[in-house]
Design a protein around this ligand. Structure first.
Ligand SMILES: [Zn+2]
Length: 416
């Protein structure tokens, strides 16, 4: 989940009482917020002859539902003409979370079988929350965590619409609607906002991450989580957050191998912009100066790192997301992209997923099993980190020679 509002691929935390600082959808991740940037499988990527990797269906088009995201005047106008259009508050019987919502959304959610049922999470959490020198609290791995592995899955303590008129913010700032257990957890979180802002709203604006509650919703939502909101920022993160609309839960997954004792991090900002832009944003929004590995490089390496990020942002990513370019890149070009991604060290599972997918497909077509398995595994890990599911890649890792591309290309060459 990216944090709050964001312009394209910006992940920032929201200020729900106000217009968003940037317009548009945050990155999949990130986005959390479920995957706003879903990527279709390119023609050359492996798919099984007998059972193709299942691809999640596209969310239904929302053309019949006006969207009020970030448009406070549209929200207020709707309230004038529609007496039922009022923010409501829902607390489930087990009092595990508080959901403030516009009335369009709850029936959609309750129609889903898994919404609001108990969640599964790792039986023994692979982390602890503890003080980190110079950073306040943070999340630290207590055991080795593999790429793609689930670190925590949890419902938000509080989820609210992004665009709220001031009187609703006043209502939320008086937290009598919160069950006591939620209130205790909520008020233990950090507040970096000015003291003139009510404390509850300061916590919301400091900690909330963006949530795509449902396709077709009127407004976007943001949420505050007990564990996920303890995770500190890094511009070279080792974890990724996503929102799972099916279970109404946030997930934190590893995007690389994490060692026991290592701090777990994810980005609060767009990680593909240069260091000075990241630093400026983090200081303005969250009042800290980032000292992550990417921000601590010596000047020459820093310049290369910035250059790599900018090149990925402006040249590579548009090309990777272009359907016509998918499946057309040579092994050399793809391996150059891998080197660039390693140089940038920005940890984006969405980008790694596309590159690994293309490499796995290309090596399958060449009949090179070892390389095909290596990149299919990377594609699997990044697909799980990005979407929560392996989407058929585990089977490709097991038997790349059973993919359609291997059979059609390698089989034909061998006269089969
Ligand atoms: Zn940094």
């Amino acid at each position: 989940m990216p944090r709050g509002h964001g312009k394209k691929r910006k992940r920032v935390r929201p200020t729900p009482a106000h217009q968003p600082e940037e317009s548009g959808q945050p990155l999949a991740s990130g986005q959390v917020v479920a995957e706003s940037t879903s990527v279709s499988v390119p023609a050359s990527s492996p798919s099984f002859v007998s059972s193709s990797p299942a691809i999640n269906p596209a969310p239904p088009a929302s053309t019949d539902v006006p969207k009020y995201y970030g448009d406070l005047s549209a929200i207020l106008a709707r309230m004038v003409v529609d007496p039922d259009f009022r923010m409501r508050i829902f607390v489930p019987p087990d009092q595990s979370f508080v959901f403030a919502y516009w009335p369009d959304i709850k029936d959609c959610l309750l129609a889903r079988p898994d919404a609001f049922t108990p969640l599964s999470s790792p039986a023994r959490p692979p982390f602890e929350i503890r003080a980190i020198l110079g950073k306040g609290m943070g999340m630290v791995a207590t055991e080795a965590i593999a790429p793609g592995a689930l670190i925590v899955r949890e419902r938000p303590l509080l989820a609210v619409p992004m665009t709220l008129p001031g009187f609703y913010m006043d209502m939320l700032s008086n937290t009598s609607y919160m069950p006591e257990s939620i209130r205790t957890e909520y008020f233990s979180l950090t507040n970096c906002k000015p003291p003139e802002l009510p404390h509850a709203i300061g916590i919301l604006n400091t900690n909330s991450v963006a949530l795509n509650i449902m396709p077709g919703q009127l407004d976007d939502y943001c949420g505050v989580f007990k564990s996920i909101c303890r995770v500190n920022h890094s511009c070279s993160p080792n974890a990724h957050t996503r929102w799972d609309a099916d279970t109404f839960a946030g997930e934190l997954r590893a995007v690389r191998s994490i060692a026991a004792g290592e701090e777990i991090t994810f980005p609060y900002t767009d990680i593909l912009v240069p260091r000075h832009e990241r630093q400026e944003f983090l200081l303005r929004r969250y009042k800290f100066t980032c000292k992550c590995p990417a921000c601590s490089l010596p000047p020459a390496a820093q310049a290369r790192n910035d250059q790599a990020r900018t090149h990925i942002d402006t040249v590579v990513l548009p090309s990777l997301l272009s359907v016509s370019a998918q499946g057309t890149r040579s092994v050399r070009e793809l391996l150059d992209l891998v080197a660039l991604l390693q140089e940038a060290d920005s940890g984006s599972p969405m980008i790694w997923r596309i590159v690994a997918k293309e490499l796995a497909g290309t090596y399958c077509g060449l009949g090179m099993r070892e390389e095909a398995v290596k990149w299919a595994r990377k594609a699997m890990e990044m697909t799980i980190a990005h979407t929560g599911k392996d989407k058929g890649w585990a089977a490709v890792v097991e038997a790349p020679e059973r993919t359609e591309v291997w059979r059609s290309k390698v089989g034909v060459r061998r006269g089969k």
